[in-house]
Design a protein around this ligand. Sequence first.
Ligand code: FAD
Length: 305
Amino acid sequence: PFDVLVVGGGPAGASAAIYAARKGIRTGIVAERFGGQVQDTLSIENFISTKKTEGPKLVASLEEHVRDYEVDIMKSQKVQSLEKKDRFELTLENGATLTSKSVILATGARWRNVGVPGEEEFRNNGVAYCPHCDGPLFEGKDTAVIGGGNSGVEAAIDLAGIVNHVYLLEFLPELKADEVLQKKLHSLDNVTVITNAKTTEITGDNKVNGLSYQDRVTDEEKHIPLEGVFVQIGLVPNTDWLDDSVEKTRMGEIVVNQHGQSSMPGLFAAGDCTNSPYKQIIISMGSGATASLGAFDYLIRAQEP
Ligand code: FAD
């Protein structure tokens, strides 16, 4: 069996695997798609110590770094279920079973899509999901934020300081964000809030040039010319395959303590699949290191079955 088995090959999983292998313990990493969300990222400008890089480039160096250690890498494999007996038993989609004394879940998350024409087509060409990451790309331009919950309103406030004008679109008759955020939002003079707005299309030629929506009260079709659209209707953690034996938040995020341990002893988690309040590459890497050191502490205290 493995001492530490990491599920997920994004920045959190890669970091966890390296930290475990450096302790000289038997380490494996199983990942459906090595690199995770970073694989889909065009330009990265907030990975501290590197002024600017690209997702696939960072993924290549992550893999090179992991391969520098004795880590059993199992790519293109999806974990389907997990069970704790004497040891952890993980079943893969292909039917195989892996056993390990401790497990680190680093399965990440995915942005919820609006699912309208233009969203896929213009992804990274005006359609964005992360204001911390891509906000500065829209400096001085007109942009929209879809979603009036906390993350949408936070994004609009954040962007208002960078871009020319922000249109915030909410499907429902009112915003769902916390009162203090709404107050702050309404105090900004370069933000227009549009409620009862059903986004119907993101328009463009080779990049975004506007957004169409339907006014749900009058049924009128409207179009706003702009250059960027931030979709902020939720981040879904990849944890649906885990059953209720592990504590999760209402949103499905795995609840971890300061050592990265979940409610189940020996089961750790890191990165975007956890209840960490901020979801970023550098934060995932830090939490991967934490979970790995937590798992090592657990192993040296555990009684051999
Ligand atoms: P992920 O990167 O999501 O990796 C999850 C891993 O788990 C993948 O390998 C996946 O295949 C695997 N996996 C999932 N389920 C299973 C399963 N059942 N079995 C096996 N493997 C599984 N952050 C920044 O800091 N700067 C940026 O500029 C930036 N830009 C971004 C741009 C885009 C378009 C996106 C989508 C995100 C961006 N982010 C950025 C956010 C950043 O990518 C994430 O915070 C980070 O990748 C999270 O790392 P993670 O390892 O927790 O999860």
